[in-house]
Design a protein around this ligand. Structure first.
Ligand code: SF4
Length: 383
């Protein structure tokens, strides 16, 4: 496998956060708002922030990702205005992968035309389940039929690189209903699947429902069985398991998300967006009005944290080991020196002996048996 030269990467990613949702899902703790009155002003602030930060990343942008919230809930005319403005502010001429997150319910013929016109070539659809009762429980606004229709509309407009998100461990979900969702997305022939275990985040309606005894949690053993089924079924269907939660047909990995895991610098614009250049992490304020006030008053809306060498090491190890590609230990040696390299190999030794890590040609990788306990193994390698 070719070694990636961490600091010599000539590519970068651009993330733009669109924090608007039509309604809030029960499990969600991302920053978003259902108040759309400020959409136009927010777009202007995003463009202003892009101008203000245009010199921050030296590398050429190769990927552009509009995430949320629900970017497809942004008015179409504003989407065009946003893209026009970003292209003036930043060098986006070399972008090769342009992804937008959509809710299936928003994908009309007009909308798909607009996506194709602004250059979107990859869509990430928040499907979550192909079982209507599960979708209703999570307060998703689409049903399974809308997913199939949205996919057809996108493909009719030449957008045929589609990723879907799925959730397992939903109260009421069974192995059989999970199998049904997997069968459906495989039958749809999507190029990429991300699947996450439902988590109970403090402050969400889901958390409250559990506190009040209004739901029965799916037990841990069943969640593990669901994950195993996911891995087996997708492998059987020809998907490569390239990150703990991500699967793709060959050659169709998410380039943008891969940049988070392999150390490629990225710039994040908008409320709650994060940026990272390999040493400094910048986090924009997670509040729409606060963000806009900061951009007007101070040009930027972030607080920044310079990671210590130890923190950079931990981050590099954690992100790389989540991927099938693994951790190139020569990078650890090159960036952090002999002592840290020796420390890593010493810490890895018992896990290698236990068959949970492999060390081959300078790469450390988790074995399939280790994926369910990956957090423990990775934290053992931390400084
Ligand atoms: S659509 Fe996405 S961002 Fe909005 S509430 Fe649901 S999960 Fe959260």
């Amino acid at each position: 496998m070719p070694a990636k030269l961490y600091f010599l990467s000539n590519m970068a990613g651009l993330y733009v956060h669109i924090p608007f949702c039509k309604q809030r899902c029960v499990y969600c703790d991302f920053y978003s708002t259902t108040d759309t009155a400020l959409q136009a002003s927010y777009v202007d602030m995003l463009i202003a922030e892009a101008h203000n930060r245009h010199g921050e990343i030296a590398q050429e942008f190769k990927t552009l990702y509009l995430g949320g919230g629900t970017p497809s809930w942004l008015d179409t005319a504003l989407l065009v205005r946003l893209l026009d403005g970003l292209r003036v502010a930043l060098p986006l001429g070399g972008v090769e992968e342009f992804t937008i997150e959509v809710n299936p319910d928003d994908v009309t013929t007009c909308y798909a035309e607009a996506l194709a016109a602004v250059g979107v070539n990859r869509v990430s659809m928040g499907v979550q389940s192909m079982v209507d009762d599960e979708l209703r429980f999570m307060r998703r606004r689409h049903d399974a039929r809308r997913v199939i229709d949205a996919l057809a509309v996108l493909r009719n407009h030449g957008i045929d690189n589609i990723s879907v998100d799925l959730i397992y461990g939903i109260p009421g979900q069974t192995m059989r209903s999970w199998q049904h969702s997997l069968d459906q997305v495989i039958d749809m022939g999507v190029q990429h699947i991300s699947a996450y275990n439902l988590s109970y985040e403090k402050g969400t309606p889901l958390w409250l429902m559990r506190q009040q005894g209004q739901l029965t949690e799916v037990d841990d053993d069943t969640c593990v069985a669901m994950y195993r089924l996911l891995v087996e079924q997708l492998k059987h269907a020809g998907y490569e398991h390239y990150e703990i939660s991500n699967f793709a047909l060959p050659g169709l990995y998410s380039r943008h998300n891969s940049s988070y895991w392999d150390g490629t610098p990225y710039l994040g614009l908008g409320a709650a967006a994060h940026s990272y250049d390999g040493e400094v992490r910048r986090c924009n304020i997670a509040d729409l009005r606060g963000y806009m006030h900061h951009i007007i008053d101070q040009d930027v809306a972030y607080s920044e944290e310079r990671l210590s060498p130890s923190e950079q090491y931990d981050e590099t190890v954690m992100l790389a080991l989540r991927t099938a590609r693994g951790l190139d230990t020569s990078i650890i040696h090159h960036r952090f020196g002999q002592d840290i390299y020796d420390y890593l190999m010493l810490q890895a030794r018992p896990h290698i002996a236990a068959g949970l890590l492999t060390a081959q040609a300078g790469w450390l990788r988790l074995t399939p048996e280790a994926v369910m306990v990956s957090d423990n193994i990775i934290s053992d390698l931390f400084r």
